[in-house]
Design a protein around this ligand. Structure first.
Ligand SMILES: NC(=O)C1=CN([C@@H]2O[C@H](COP(=O)(O)OP(=O)(O)OC[C@H]3O[C@@H](n4cnc5c(N)ncnc54)[C@H](OP(=O)(O)O)[C@@H]3O)[C@@H](O)[C@H]2O)C=CC1
Ligand SMILES: O=C(O)C(=O)[C@@H](O)[C@H](O)C(=O)CO
Length: 274
């Protein structure tokens, strides 16, 4: 089985750099999808309260028989649950669905800066950490000023910031605003929801290195140091996406893919969402 690289986070914990994301995986598909991924060798699963599939993730994990300490499970606190006391309460609900005693990583899903106080939410995440319900805590969709604010007001730095990043959307300001604090970047929609696979430049690199466009894009993420978890419900693609640890892109290939950035944000803007 391929060896997935790990990254040491700023809290000292080691996260598998590669996993599977399960946004938009339906109730019918979630157990077979996670089971297939675990069979292939994935050990990192990215879900959220909002994906409404935590029960299926828990069912697949329980059925796998894989030891808890070999798995990395991330879930996220829903928007609209941003009071400090919500974090522990909502995480307990997620843990029951996941059939787990703790998650490896708990994230504030969106800052929702216009409808709540994300600094108080962040204090609630610290409560989850202190109670042992989450081993690491982080944020998602935080812009540089959101990150600066929670760090300066609480003194606690998130382990990761999960943000939209793919070849046609470098999201460089948010990447730089995270890395300057030692916050690792998790790249969501790493394939641009599939749209970046059509790029002729990526197709050319794929043909030359004997890999698929998806594998080339995922390799670009890995070599840029991003933590990445493509979603697929298609068994052959779940296998294909995992075959990315046996080749390297050159510096020129990386630069050519970097040059595809055209500000193509596919999801909501964190400054105005929620
Ligand atoms: N924090 C946040 O706000 C967000 C977090 N995320 C996280 O990031 C994860 C990944 O992002 P996501 O938005 O799902 O999108 P991705 O960029 O991972 O793209 C998923 C799409 O690509 C297709 N696909 C996957 N692999 C291949 C392949 N090898 N060849 C061709 N097509 C392929 C899938 O099809 P099919 O399934 O039919 O095979 C699906 O349509 C999410 O599942 C979630 O965990 C995502 C969005 C926001
Ligand atoms: O998938 C997630 O984690 C999300 O937050 C998305 O549902 C997001 O709201 C979105 O629309 C991304 O395109």
């Amino acid at each position: 089985m391929a060896q997935v690289p790990t990254i040491t986070l700023n809290d000292g914990r080691s996260i598998p750099q590669f996993g599977i994301g399960v946004w938009q995986v339906s109730t019918d598909d979630i157990v077979p999808t996670v089971s297939k991924a675990l069979e292939v060798g994935y050990r990192h699963i990215d879900t959220a309260q909002g994906y409404q599939n935590e029960e299926g993730v828990g069912e697949a994990i329980a059925a796998s028989g894989i030891a808890r300490d070999e798995l990395w499970v991330t879930t996220k606190l829903a928007n609209g649950k941003h009071e400090r006391s919500d974090a522990v309460a909502e995480l307990k609900t997620s843990l029951a669905k996941l059939r787990l005693d703790y998650v490896d990583l708990y994230l504030i899903h969106w800052p929702t800066p216009n409808s709540g106080d994300y600094v108080e939410t962040w204090r609630g995440m610290q409560d989850c950490l202190e109670q042992g319900l989450a081993k690491s805590i982080g944020v998602s969709n935080f812009q540089p000023d959101h990150l600066d604010k929670i760090i300066s007001e609480t003194g606690t730095t998130p382990a990761v910031n999960q943000i939209e990043v793919h070849p046609t959307f470098a999201n460089q300001a948010a990447v730089d605003g995270s890395l300057k604090h030692g916050v690792r970047v998790e790249a969501w929609s790493p394939l641009g929801l599939g749209s970046d696979l059509k790029s002729p430049e990526i197709g050319e690199i794929a043909a030359r290195v004997g890999k698929t466009p998806a594998q080339v894009i995922l390799r670009w993420h890995l070599q840029k140091g991003y933590i990445v978890f493509p979603k697929s419900v298609t068994p052959a693609r779940i296998e294909e996406n995992f075959q990315v640890f046996d080749f390297e892109l050159t510096a020129d290939d990386l630069a050519a893919i970097d040059a595809l950035d055209e500000g193509n944000r596919t999801g909501p803007n964190p400054d105005t969402f929620g």
